[in-house]
Design a protein around this ligand. Sequence first.
Ligand code: 13P
Ligand code: SF4
Length: 305
Amino acid sequence: MHDNNTMIAEIKRLKQESNAIILAHYYQTSDIQDIADFVGDSFGLSKLAKDTDADVIVFCGVSFMAETAKILSPQKTVLLPAPDAGCPMADMVTADDVLALKARYPEAAVACYVNSSSDVKAVSDVCVTSSNAVRIVKALQQRQIIFVPDQNLGRYVAGQLPDKEILLHPGYCTVHHRLTAQETEAAKALHPGVPMLAHPECNQAVLDKADFIGSTAQILEYAAQSPMQAFIIATEEGILHELRNQNPGKTFHLLTNRLTCVNMKKTRMQDVYNALLHRQYQVELDEAVMRKARHSLDRMLELAK
Ligand code: 13P
Ligand code: SF4
């Protein structure tokens, strides 16, 4: 189609014409982050999706994020420009798996990571994101918690809340989980004295060596407030764009060069343009599933206050 500048101008025009907003996750490519109205972590983007006055939400991220936006704003048109952008972790647990766990542990509450399908959210008691999981699980009445699907976030929560019994599911993020203790040691040896900031989806061996553990938004906040001038970053590389934007004088080293989520990189400028032009690809979910999943998300929003 057009050159990049013309396409960006067209995106802006189409956005105005259809009263749309573009939401993007910090793992999107830099050009997509730059054209977005808001860039955020899963929790921040969920809140924005719920509160926006726009009629159309173009969600530059992966499918569970766009589905979450639709559940929170069912009357709006939610578009996922790259329809095959999924999250392998979200596919690691099904609603039937959760129902089987509930039957086995009838006293337990089910906390599901937002990186899950709407069917899974619909059979869970509460949803969590990486920025609020500890706080929300702590606030639950039940001592026993079934935590799905991310074993690493679940283990991290368990470590923070020794009074709770957290029943882990074996799911994991294909990007964060494969980082090794050796790679961490190597990065620390290369940058002595430099603090390491890690996402809780990293495995225990990596988190044990982290100086700070938090969601993407929390990593950004930490880096901005810290007096340190350099950081090792243990999360997806897309976050470097905003880290560098916010902290022009500071240096950020990725823990390894293997920190790319291919699904997060599927959204291209042309897809955003096509999304607005053709109103594609619309998120459509079963009404009953949406209603039940909404309960888990509303409970999260309430407990996170
Ligand atoms: P955040 O909620 O920290 O942005 O994480 C989302 C995600 O998919 C991490 O892999
Ligand atoms: Fe899923 Fe991991 Fe990609 Fe996040 S980084 S979307 S958890 S595969």
